[in-house]
Ligand binder design. Sequence first.
Ligand code: PMV
Length: 329
Amino acid sequence: MVLSSAPGKCILFGEHAVVYGQPAVAVAIDARIQVSLEESDSGWLIDGMSFDKQRHPHLDAMLKRMWTGDGGRPLSVNIESELFGAAGLGSSAAICSAVAAGLLNLRGTPADELPLSGIATTAHLAEAEAQGGRASPIDTSTATLGGAVLVSDKKETLADWQYTRDLRIDGQRRTWEVHKVELPQSISEASLVIGFSGRPGPTAQMVAKVAALLSNEPERMADIERIGNVTRAGTTALSLGNLQAVGIAMNECHRLLQGLGVSDDDLDRMVDAALPSSLGAKLTGAGGGGCMIALTTEPRRTAEEIELVGGRTMVSRLGAPGVRIETSD
Ligand code: PMV
């Protein structure tokens, strides 16, 4: 039996602008997906029930790539999540990454020799397949590498380049450069409070909304470039441990995302409630629902303020460990 886990993520800077080639930074959060894998004499099982591939497309895509094709025996798979579901916190990417690590370990790869860039690649391809061809590698790379991850169309000097990912989308090849942002010890003085609106963030719809805005008003591309510049400034602040400047960059990102029309009343209400006790606050991910985040040195107070306006909260450090084997026998 193998128990593996991988973290969820939230985007600190750069959502939507990353679709147009700008950098985006995500941090791994303390809430994780735990996956247990065990050979089964009763056929394929998931959470004790027969395996319905349509209900578990990510797991199916991973098993096809890494197990069944090589004659692997039926498994009993259990998946437990500490993440809010359908909230844009990267739970499907974390499942793919944790499953990849668990399968490798079942086949004999030691826990301290997991090939991280291989796991991130397979997890990204499986996520793209399960989602019908579209997925940026930010979620799967953050779930796998942990810490803080920067994804951009080009190699950036602000962060440590790790690997290139590519994918065919609608007949075109799309390439991303994946980097790690080193976080100094002083980052642990602040926490992230994540506030969930209770409604899923409709990613495809929000990406289409921004595309329509840019097509009708091409001059708005300047705002996408501004988000890119704020992301670069925020990344420098993050790697220097300058929490005030990280907060300012988050606030500026939120203002620019509001201008693109992807925030909504619930997200704005939670951001406004968090600001008095926070260094910065913004929506995270696609918007139109989903989550906001606040950077704060008073996480309990900030969480209470978000809950008072209807949000569900969780507190995390910035940058949790990536995929790992918890136990195996
Ligand atoms: O829905 P999420 O949290 O995975 O965020 C989507 C981020 C976007 O930039 C809006 C879309 C993308 O593919 O990067």
